[in-house]
Design a binder for this molecule. Sequence first.
Ligand code: AVI
Length: 321
Amino acid sequence: MSNALERLHDLEPSTEEFRAAVHAGLAQPQKSLPCKFFYDAEGSRLFEQICELPEYYPTRTELALLEAHAGEIARLIGPRARLVEFGSGAGIKIRLLLQALDRPAAYVPVDISREHLLAAAVDLARDFPTLRIAPICADYTQPFALPASAGVHPETTVGFFPGSTIGNFTAPEARGFLARARRLLGPGSAMVVGVDLRKDRNILVPAYDDAAGVTAAFNLNLLVRINRELDGDFALDQFTHEARWNDTLGRIEMHLVSRRDQEVRIGAERFRFREGETIHTENSYKYTLDQFRAMATDAGYRPEAVWTDPKGLFSVHMLRA
Ligand code: AVI
């Protein structure tokens, strides 16, 4: 392991937090589970597979945008930047920025999935041996501090939030996240955010309900995780994956639909499901450029630049604090 790779700062959510969220979510009239719990080791692996699917356009479109505009993004960022990536995952996109940047000072990947975070950090340290890397295992929807060790006198600090993960928040959550990130990263910092754009439902629905069934497996893996970690007895073949476009709210919704009336035990508690009743597991909001810029402005940022692909599928925004 490289000397530049620092010890992991571990703030991974506890099993207790998972249990409390599951029990609270399943006690509501519209049952729901927070999508952040998708990302155990298997969920992270399945998500990487989703990113390769022909129907799932966001990853390849954003990668092409970053490839095409990395030079310009790097010029706007300037030399010796410290990069903080929220939800770093496999760390593929950051490589494009790191290669384009002038002497990056440090990279702080923040991710909820510890194993995945560490593996990606080790890989990156191998390819960028002089880069200071300070991984943080944390739920970045909650406040956290940057470790002092990552403060290597950067000229500027830049947040990186690719993949349209911001779309998995409600509008108030997204605004709150951006405002917290602005405070965390400090005055003069920048934020590079990938945002999926509103488009025809005939493109959107297959992107979340692919022919190979990978997204279905990703959604159902949440039940596998509950069974394993919280002593649940969900019968996996009694729930089906569904992706719905909600035009009024501008979002894709993922649900797990109960195939029959049934009762599920989690630990000592039991939850009843009627046939057709759903667990709402994820929202993926799609924005227009103006909607997102207005939200960023509300959060205290100045929209500085935006890049989109020729088909208008996806956007990468540069915001300044
Ligand atoms: C991580 N996030 C941006 C993905 C999305 O598109 O909302 C998660 C996902 N869910 C199903 N497919 C992908």
